[in-house]
Design a protein around this ligand. Structure first.
Ligand SMILES: C[S@@+](CC[C@H](N)C(=O)[O-])C[C@H]1O[C@@H](n2cnc3c(N)ncnc32)[C@H](O)[C@@H]1O
Length: 209
């Protein structure tokens, strides 16, 4: 589901970017055990204007990122932001639940998958988790920063933003879903009374976590 105008402004606000850059990315890097190995191939779902994509290249050290978003306008913004990274970024308009359609992604394609606040926008959010698990290599990392049902139930969220209304996930629901798709949580934490969930999971490597 696309963002409305208010959420688009909130997401691209300098204060949120500072929070991402100086708090969330360092925390996620800590949970991931540091930057990705040399040559790592990454995918980012719901890349928005491409700010997170830059973090994946510059801070997580991915060699290449394939990034997609449902919104054409967002992908265009990302294209402009990432113009100085020719050859390292491939952008597409597409749905996070079908990475084969967007990038031709086969099973076990990527070393890491990134979700910066997008899965809560997907009505069938479990299918997005399943798709991430499918395209990760064994041992690959799923890095997530999510908005939970606790936040979505707040009057401000309900009044200002538009999200799918049914079957939203709490932090516990999200963390419980990951092992069903072969993803073992390495570390995770919530902030602001459970409104946000940050974590890293690893795709099981031939039957072991
Ligand atoms: C809250 S924004 C986050 C954007 C970006 N990751 C960031 O942190 O700035 C959620 C994004 O997910 C996109 N989105 C929603 N549903 C999607 C889907 N099914 N597949 C891909 N992108 C989707 C929206 O267009 C929007 O850009």
């Amino acid at each position: 589901m696309l963002m409305n105008r208010i959420e688009t402004a909130a997401v691209n606000n300098p204060a949120r970017r500072a929070l991402q850059r100086f708090y969330e990315v360092p925390a996620l890097l800590g949970l991931a055990g540091g930057p990705l190995p040399a040559g790592a191939q990454a995918v980012e779902i719901g890349c928005g204007s491409g700010y997170g994509t830059r973090m994946i290249l510059d801070r997580f050290g991915a060699a290449q990122v394939e990034a997609l978003d449902l919104g054409e306008a967002m992908v265009e913004k990302a294209r402009r932001r990432l113009m100085d990274r020719p050859g390292r970024v491939r952008l597409a308009v597409g749905d996070a639940t079908d990475l084969k359609a967007a990038f031709g992604a086969e099973d076990g394609t990527y070393d890491a998958a990134f979700d910066f606040a997008i899965i809560h926008h997907i009505p069938d959010w479990r299918s997005a988790v399943a798709e991430i698990a499918r395209v990760l290599k064994p041992g690959g990392l799923f890095v997530f920063d999510e908005v939970t049902s606790h936040a979505l139930a707040r009057p401000t969220y309900k009044k200002l933003f538009v999200h799918p209304a049914h079957d939203r996930f709490s932090a516990q629901d999200f963390l419980a879903e990951l092992p069903r798709h072969g993803l073992t949580v390495r570390g995770a934490f919530t902030k602001i009374q459970g409104d946000y969930l940050l974590g890293v999971a690893r795709k099981q490597d031939t039957g072991q976590a």
